[in-house]
Design a binder for this molecule. Structure first.
Ligand code: AKG
Length: 292
């Protein structure tokens, strides 16, 4: 559970780092399964070349098939689902959101696989820019499956930016925060790098300005990212945010300290073959949503 100081810090800063939140055995298991899904190219996934962020390879060039993230992680295997719905995380989210919490299946819900040589820069943005919710108070949980450093493209954030009002002119046509504007530059001077050790967790608000560079090292950076909403913060009808049914956490939880993930085999997958029952094609064909 969070103490009062941590709750206040999240409200003020828009993010909170919980060091060594995930037990080593659980983290290792999620990492090994992520590596296997990456090696086996288990769909649905997003390619770096689909988004064409700065640094990304072209589809037809060397590296054009580089996977940027493994999508629909909750539905990939019980290992991912157990992590995403564990009781310790649920309790913390409930403290912050002050209501029963739902796991969002339409956004994030992925393992980011930032690979050497062919990764890209995620420019400054707010995740909410293409999410559609009644209250816009969602929280993402970013679990470092390995160490995250300035060199391999750790998160950068502008503390407190989730509480600011911005004008449309401060963002470009793709809703990225325009770095060149004087007023934006002044704000970006306050940026902080969030370097993490494996097992650390970052909770961050959906309106927090954040970015990350490409991976300049020779090791893939794996990060499991899931997003949560309060029960009353509903996806707007007919939007992409409403395209998949969200998961109420109270009905799903397992304990993080328990043995639920240990002893689960790497073949632990709910689905036969490389199909996620109708999710895959829809998700793989829509790169707008792919931005998380
Ligand atoms: O490149 C990254 O790791 C950052 C990804 C990100 O900011 C996002 O998916 O919203």
């Amino acid at each position: 559970m969070l103490n009062q100081r941590q709750i206040e810090s999240f409200c003020e800063q828009g993010f909170l780092v919980l060091r060594q939140f995930c037990p080593a055995a659980t983290r290792q298991h999620i990492l090994e399964l992520s590596k296997k899904h990456l090696d086996d190219r288990v769909v649905p996934y997003e390619l770096e070349s689909e988004l064409q962020y700065p640094g990304a390879p072209n589809a037809a060039s060397n590296g054009g098939q580089t996977i940027r993230r493994l999508k629909q992680a909750y539905d990939r295997a019980p290992t991912f689902a157990s992590w995403a719905t564990n009781n310790e995380l649920s309790s913390i989210l409930e403290q912050l959101l002050k209501e029963p919490v739902y796991l969002v299946r339409s956004h994030h819900n992925c393992v980011m696989t930032k690979q050497p040589r062919f990764s890209s820069d995620s420019l400054w943005h707010q995740d909410i820019r293409y999410w559609r919710y009644s209250q816009r108070e969602l929280i993402s949980a970013w679990l470092a499956l390995g160490d995250e450093t300035i060199n391999n493209g750790c998160l950068q954030v502008v503390p407190g930016s989730h509480r600011l009002s911005f004008s449309a002119e401060q963002f470009d046509d793709d809703s990225f925060f325009i770095k060149q504007l004087d007023e934006n530059q002044r704000l970006l001077q306050q940026k902080q790098y969030i370097e993490l050790d494996a097992g650390d967790l970052v909770l961050f608000h959906c309106r927090l300005l954040h970015s990350a560079t490409r991976n300049y090292t020779d090791q893939t950076k794996f990060t499991a990212v899931f997003t949560y909403r309060a029960e009353s913060d509903c996806p707007l009808a007919d939007s992409r945010s409403a395209s998949l049914t969200d998961v109420p956490l109270s009905l799903e939880g397992t304990s993080l300290e328990g043995t639920s993930l240990e002893g689960t085999s790497l073949e632990d997958t709910s689905f036969e073959g490389n199909s996620l029952e109708g999710i895959s094609e829809e998700s793989n064909n829509n790169s707008a949503d792919s931005m998380a």
